[in-house]
Design a protein around this ligand. Structure first.
Ligand code: NDP
Length: 379
């Protein structure tokens, strides 16, 4: 079965290495905790309001420093860990990380009182609280997830590229290196705009249950490189020089196009939430529908579709499916399949929640004004 799946290279660890792989996430979690606590950070007010004080919650952001430190430690093998270790130990790390995420979830859920009309499974999945922070808000669990998840996503991708190079040398697939570069850029960008993350769905709506513990730490950190599980085992697809250029330049353009839409839409919403009357990039006039004290943005990228940012993620995911030069291999499509299903589902849920927040009438007015959910003219 493993041979048939094409991932037997991920099962080549000795017994001792397999145990080390299993515990790798736990060591990573502890190291990131220390780094995040010790490195200097910038205190900022968030978007979510603390019901106890009526004031915005405070966050201490230092993701970019943690990311840079982790990259240096990994690149120079400062802990003695080989650069290809994260990739080679992926399967065992996912198993161990899932066990640890489950334990953390149980602690987080059962340390808080049961919510009314909620069963055991629902509590475990969605959690009982939406926020958890310690040490006077110095350590916020949701932001920790994104620092660990994002950084490990990039390190796992880079580690896979190192494994690939060591295996194939001159016959390496440039698409694998481009893939690692894409996601290192993606995560760097994420940390550059870390404050914008405070205005997104997970921070606003998600509870602290298994979905976020496992999703934020293990799915984001380790499983997002699923395409590489299959694709790092294949050499250069051997296109002609002209096709190689078209393929690499084309997928890079598609990646940047998707990233541009997504980053642009997120920044526009962020600008609007902080400075409602300010033109986005000095160009796009903010037009909105008033719903009591709230405002629904419906100009610029938010006038094209109600979640055009998800469309950007879709293009980006398509570039990932194509970047390896093996479009016939199902592994190449795993990230795309995940992103499309997650965002189609999320848009439906967000739409419902927004209708409640903004009021059904105002939301219906918005839906009439901006007709499409994600993809203009199609969906
Ligand atoms: P959004 O940033 O779109 O956040 C949704 C919230 O924004 C809504 O609940 C609502 O909250 C507010 N909102 C939505 N529409 C409007 C509007 N028209 N006017 C004003 N406020 C509005 O979603 P996500 O957090 O899901 O995504 C953020 C980014 O992160 C996206 O680019 C996404 O693609 C990316 N992402 C990527 C993932 C990946 O795996 N690659 C995973 C998750 C996210 P309120 O009204 O309370 O402000």
């Amino acid at each position: 079965m493993i041979d048939w799946l094409g991932i037997s290279h991920l099962f080549e660890l000795s017994e001792t290495e397999a145990v080390a792989g299993f515990f790798t996430p736990l060591i990573v979690f502890a190291a990131f905790f220390l780094a995040q606590m010790i490195l200097p950070g910038k205190w900022v007010p968030g978007y979510v309001v603390d019901p106890a004080t009526g004031e915005p919650r405070r966050y201490r952001l230092n993701g970019i420093l943690v990311f840079a430190l982790a990259l240096i430690v990994w690149a120079f093998e400062l802990t003695g860990m080989p650069r290809d270790w994260f990739y080679r130990s992926s399967v065992y790390a996912v198993a161990g990380g899932t066990v640890f995420a489950t334990i953390f979830t149980l602690i987080a859920v059962y340390n808080h009182p049961k919510r009314e009309k909620r069963n055991f499974i629902a509590d475990l999945w969605d959690g009982r609280v939406r926020e958890l922070s310690f040490f006077g808000d110095r350590f916020d669990v949701k932001m920790y997830f994104y620092v660990v998840g994002g950084t490990m996503f990039s390190l796992n991708a880079l580690s896979g590229a190192v494994y690939h190079y060591e295996k194939f040398g001159a016959d390496s697939n440039p698409g694998v290196f481009l893939y690692a570069a894409f996601f290192t850029f993606y995560i760097l960008d994420y940390f550059v705009f870390e404050r914008v993350q405070l205005y997104t769905y997970d921070l606003i709506h998600e509870g602290l249950g298994f979905k976020l513990f496992w999703g934020g730490l293990i799915v984001y950190g380790w499983l997002f490189i699923l395409p590489l599980w299959g694709m790092a085992a294949h050499p250069d697809p051997g296109f002609s020089p002209a096709w190689t250029n078209a393929w690499l330049i084309g997928t890079t353009a598609l990646f940047l196009f998707g990233w541009g839409i997504s980053r642009g839409a997120n920044l526009q919403k962020y600008t609007f939430k902080r400075w409602p009357e300010r033109k986005f990039l000095g160009l796009v006039e903010p037009r909105y529908i008033e719903a009591g004290e709230r405002r629904i943005l419906c100009s610029g990228l938010w006038g094209v579709a109600r979640h055009f940012n998800y469309m950007g993620e879709g293009f980006l995911a398509l570039s990932i499916a194509l970047v390896f030069g093996y479009p016939g291999n199902p592994w190449a499509w795993t990230y795309f399949a995940f992103i499309v299903s997650m965002f189609v589902w999320r848009q439906v849920v967000d739409d419902r929640q927004c209708a409640e927040k903004y009021g059904p009438e105002k939301w219906a007015e918005y839906r009439a004004r901006v007709k499409y959910r994600i993809c203009p003219g199609i969906y």
